[in-house]
Design a protein. Structure first.
Length: 368
């Protein structure tokens, strides 16, 4: 596993707030299903990024039909997603379905559409969606942090799938990528309709914000974070400008650490950038980011049992500790699957490294 200094780890987590992502702007989407617009595509003006190991974030399958859909969460906020259905699917029968959640602060067009299409090619009905406050989904102020609402968006996706006559509502699974891994397991504890849960390059967004990587953040630093957020909240209520924190470096020169470079190569290049950088960076609001301090997704993780859990992480991933922690706390059936020589972001889009066969095996066993 790659070695990073404690100082570097603390600097990256505090300064970049784990998201490291690009989000699309909110757009008007009718409730009626329609073809997914081509507004998100690789920007040829950007650096190309490292396209090794089959990097293919903007993969378009010719074996599945795609539609843009919308539904509402329990807080009556509209969530916008992409529905993928195998072209050969017999809609007169019931079929298992899989929900895919994108990395924290990203959009469905980054990583989750790729996963959703690849799993749809295996015969599943799949749906990717933008978390509330990000991308095309509703939520104001934009880029706000609300882990409870994020988690409920997964249940909202289940709600939507139950309305499709060709979905077997007793066989719905979920894949959570990066931060969505922690939101997915959090919601699975209280929504038994999620029958099988897989996470990929998972970040525990609560622990990462409280403690940073490898427990490198002190209590005093955490208190300083709270003090700054509290001061900013007062300022915003008085009419001052909203302040954003974290996010991927906007220029290569700003990406000075190994972790920062890893995220920059995906989110700020044509490899994975999902729109104009100035309008789509994922800096969460400072005043709301502290909400993660009260987020404990791995508490009572045994509540998910006997529903199965699969934790996928790269052997070289700086985030590997979160999957290992969750695995240790979870009850059976559970599995920790380590991908040799893969880093955290590698499993966003590098199709030669992403273990789609393992995911197919997992859901094939538990979604019948």
């Amino acid at each position: 596993m790659r070695k990073y200094s404690r100082k570097l780890i603390r600097m990256v987590v505090l300064g970049m707030t784990i998201g490291f992502c690009v989000a699309g702007g909110i757009g008007e989407v009718s409730a009626a299903e329609k073809n997914i617009p081509a507004r998100i595509a690789a920007d040829k003006k950007l650096p190309s990024g490292d396209m090794s190991n089959g990097a293919d974030n903007f993969y378009k399958s010719d074996k599945v039909d795609s539609q843009q859909v919308s539904f509402h969460n329990i807080y009556n906020m509209k969530v916008v997603g992409n529905l993928f259905v195998p072209k050969t699917l017999d809609k007169n029968k019931k079929h298992p379905a899989i929900i895919v959640g994108h990395p924290m602060g990203a959009v469905k067009e980054q990583s989750s559409n790729l996963y959703a299409q690849k799993m749809a090619e295996q015969g599943y009905v799949t749906i990717s969606f933008d978390l509330s406050f990000w991308g095309d989904s509703e939520g104001q102020p934009r880029n706000s942090v609300s882990p409870d609402i994020y988690a409920d968006d997964f249940s909202a996706a289940v709600d939507y799938l139950t309305t499709l006559s060709y979905v077997d509502t007793e066989n719905i699974g979920v894949i959570g990528i990066c931060g969505s891994g922690s939101f997915a397991v959090s919601e699975a504890k209280i929504d038994s309709r999620l029958k099988a849960v897989a996470t990929v390059s998972m970040y525990d967004m609560g622990s990462a914000t409280r403690n940073a990587l490898h427990q490198s953040q002190t209590l005093e630093q955490r208190k300083q974070m709270v003090a700054e957020a509290s001061k900013q909240r007062t300022a915003e209520y008085s009419g001052e400008q909203r302040v954003y924190v974290g996010g991927t470096a906007d220029t290569e020169a700003e990406a000075t650490s190994p972790i920062a470079k890893e995220f920059y190569d995906f989110y700020r290049t044509s490899r994975g950038s999902a729109g104009d950088i100035k309008n789509h960076t994922t800096h969460p609001t400072m005043s709301s980011n502290v909400k993660f301090l009260n987020f404990y997704p791995f508490n009572d993780l045994e509540m998910i049992s006997p529903r199965p859990l699969l934790f996928i992480a790269g052997t070289e991933a700086h985030s590997r500790e979160f999957s290992e922690d969750a695995y240790a706390k979870a009850a059976e059936p559970k599995e920790l699957y380590l991908v040799p020589n893969a880093g955290h972001v590698d499993l966003y889009d590098r199709t030669d490294l992403i273990p789609f066969a393992k995911l197919t095996e997992f859901f094939g066993k538990y979604l019948r």
